[in-house]
Design a binder for this molecule. Sequence first.
Ligand SMILES: Nc1nc2c(ncn2[C@@H]2O[C@H](COP(=O)(O)OP(=O)(O)OP(=O)(O)O)[C@@H](O)[C@H]2O)c(=O)[nH]1
Ligand SMILES: [Mg+2]
Length: 424
Amino acid sequence: MDTNIQTDEQVIITGLDTGQQDYDYSMTELAELAQANHMTVVQRVDQVIDRPNPATYFGKGKVEEIAEVAAANHATTIITNDELTPSQLRNLEEETKVRILDRTALILEIFATRAKSKEAKLQVQIAKLQYQLPRLQTSASQRLDQQTGGGSGFTNRGAGETKLEMDRRVIQRQISHLRHELAEINRSEDTKRRRREKSNIPTAALVGYTNAGKSTIMNGLVERYGMGEDKTVFAKDMLFATLDTSIRRLTLPSKKDFLLSDTVGFVSKLPTNLVESFKSTLAEAANADLLIQVIDYSDPNYEEMMQTTAKTLKQIGIDNIPMVNVFNKADKTEIEFPVLEGDDQVVISAKQAESLDLLVDVIRKHLFKDYVQAKLLLPFADGQQVSYLNEHTNILDTEYRNEGTLLTVEMSPQDAQRFAKYEV
Ligand SMILES: Nc1nc2c(ncn2[C@@H]2O[C@H](COP(=O)(O)OP(=O)(O)OP(=O)(O)O)[C@@H](O)[C@H]2O)c(=O)[nH]1
Ligand SMILES: [Mg+2]
């Protein structure tokens, strides 16, 4: 069943402008997140204030205004730009009589509908339960009021243990159970990853803001350099189209192989629980030799998006991997594709296959910079070694001598070591 099909819900988005630089942008993004969750934003309400009200997030007058705006627009949900404390959430809901969804819960809802693989589903489920855990009180205490005694189904209920404590325990147990399941999956993923590491193939990881075009670039490169296999990934104009990591092996014309990974995109204020839960998915990027940051150059907020990516990478603990910037979707801008200075940035359009080669040049310069050229003299008896070189290295020149074959070869440092004894 397609869980994405829902009836559109009317919502209002609300935010506190405490003077933060990227406030407007984060509100625009909040509206996009709501749309991604199949909601129709009917109004936006802002409050300029020094700091949030600890009890109700907004000031008292504003809460009344929001309740009125919600009622007048038949909004069934009010979305807040920040994650609320459990008591703020409860108080706001009581005072407005409308469901409150904070930014974190909204992102969790989107992730939950998008998750397809077992791993992604587990990760989202863990993050959701962790979000719920400190927020149980309202519903639990309400249920306690309604309790008629007995028949709760729990036989091990100790004396004095409240319904709330019980609910908490159940959730904690669920979390540890799900973590266990996830660990099982990761163990096998780990094994696969280690195997890849051993194979000594350089690895690049696509990272960046959601909807920037990472998966489209991946597909474009797979089509060009993926050795004829149809292994395209899902790419679509929606936030969080990708929630898993896919890895593809690509072979450049000079027999240079590398692995390219495509993974979940970022958004500002990505909930900590979610980042934590998705660590195993993001680990692929952490193990890369090169990060390729994809940027939607046609988005007026692309600089803020770059900052978000930088912050998120830091949050995951990735801070010492070389990174190149790929300014994508240039076809949607007025900008001519300029050739940028240096080897660390490039302007492309994933929709124009030729421009992908500009990116390939950048990748090549980084991933294969340790490659060396050497002249090797292989005796005719060592024909097997020649076939290996033919298959795995870039042979620039071949000469037949009396003593054997003289090859000029470009190869990885590992291969150079392996063939050192043939060097002339
Ligand atoms: N015009 C234009 N559209 C592009 C370009 N690159 C990607 N797109 C479109 O942008 C949308 C998002 O592309 P994806 O490749 O799914 O983006 P992503 O970065 O993988 O996004 P997530 O998986 O959600 O993080 C799709 O509709 C693509 O067709 C480009 O260079 N030009
Ligand atoms: Mg994607």
